[in-house]
Design a protein around this ligand. Structure first.
Ligand code: NAD
Ligand code: UDP
Length: 312
């Protein structure tokens, strides 16, 4: 296989660190860029002795210069509590960060993949969501800094492609979980597992009838790499997610059962603009990438529970 120099922004985060592992295993050279806002050294500490791995502390809202063949642009806080902590910084990361990374890709003629999100569909009126759906997003709500930032990033990626011929790829990632999620990051899978392991109350926001479709991180990685490897000119966006859809109450019950926890379920207010349902239509990924997820929720939860058991 061809040996490539690959830049991973957000490489010390949950998804990014697994991507660094995979790309190194495939024989590539990896430049991991991160400002450590939500990333953790311990996610990549095992790579620091690898001569094909380089860690760079940098913030993508500032320009960055390097020679590389491919860029995976993952830098952006992904959990609502983190991206709402400093909303202006969040949208700057998506917009200014994308401009900086696209400028870099243009200059060094690198292929560049944007980690977009199912949040571009907002609170969807079409179910499941195909890529052709334009979404239902509140431009001035609590989630807008993330949703609209990611939407503007998609626009920038497509315009750099059309205007400057940059080889871009856009993946719309649906809720992803697995080892190395930050235990305090507030996302539902990590919250429920941490609470259940400590026999603390499981916090359901709203009545628990809202749905999400959860994919295990390894499935996401195989989809992202397949998308990066598609022919020039194929840009996406492509949904990558697991169509298995569960209510949040069902998720809580699964986690309690798998752990054998004594936790009780408590109900807290639903945050504003929280999408009521979400499930990917993955026909395009099947057709163009020959991709579909392989790990069922129960199997993925077991692996994630084992990780949190060993780290808490
Ligand atoms: P994460 O918070 O664990 O990782 C994000 C990483 O980006 C962190 O290491 C953080 O320190 C870094 N970062 C943030 N702002 C930065 C900046 N300005 N400059 C440099 N680095 C910066 O989140 P994750 O779950 O690993 O998500 C990775 C990417 O995938 C994000 O772009 C996210 O929007 C996208 N995504 C994730 C999910 C999911 O369910 N995990 C779903 C949809 C989209
Ligand atoms: N959620 C919950 N309890 C928690 C954390 C989240 O009920 O402790 C709910 C949240 O309101 C949302 C769903 O779980 O309806 C998924 O939340 P998450 O933050 O993981 O992802 P997103 O809302 O961005 O899809």
């Amino acid at each position: 296989m061809e040996h490539k120099r690959i830049l991973v922004t957000g490489g010390a985060g949950f998804v990014g660190s697994h991507l660094c592992d995979l790309l190194l295993d495939q024989g590539h050279e990896v430049y991991c860029l991160d400002n450590f806002f939500t990333g953790q050294k311990r996610n990549i500490i095992h790579l620091l002795d690898n001569p094909y791995f380089e860690l760079i502390r940098h913030d993508i809202t500032a320009p960055f210069f390097i020679e590389c063949d491919e860029i995976y642009n993952l830098a952006c806080p992904a959990s609502p509590i983190h991206y709402q902590y400093n909303p202006i910084k969040t949208i700057k990361t998506s917009v200014m960060g994308s401009i900086n990374m696209l400028g870099l890709a243009k200059r060094v003629k690198a292929k560049i993949l944007q980690a977009s999100t199912s949040e571009v569909y907002g609170n969807p009126e079409i179910h499941p969501q195909p890529e052709s759906y334009w979404g239902n997003v509140n431009p001035i709500g609590e989630r807008s800094c993330y949703d609209e930032g990611k939407r503007a990033a998609e626009t920038l990626f497509m315009d750099y492609h059309k205007q400057n011929g940059v080889n871009v790829k856009i993946v719309r990632i649906f809720n992803t979980y697995g080892p190395r999620m930050h235990p305090q990051d507030g996302r539902v899978v990590s919250n429920f597992i941490v609470q259940a392991l400590q026999n603390k109350d499981i916090t359901i926001y709203g009545d628990g009838s809202q749905t999400r479709s959860f994919q295990y991180v390894d499935d996401l990685l195989s989809g992202m790499v397949k998308l990066m490897d598609t022919e020039d000119g194929f840009t996406g966006p492509v949904n990558i997610g697991n169509p298995g859809e569960f209510t949040i109450l069902e998720l809580a019950q699964h986690v309690i059962e798998l752990i054998g926890s004594k936790s009780k379920i408590v109900y807290l207010p639903l945050p504003s603009d929280d999408p009521l349902m979400r499930r990917p239509d993955i026909s395009l990924a099947k057709e163009k990438l020959d991709w579909e997820p392989t790990l069922a929720l129960e199997e993925g939860l077991k692996k994630t529970i084992a990780y949190f058991e060993s780290t808490l």
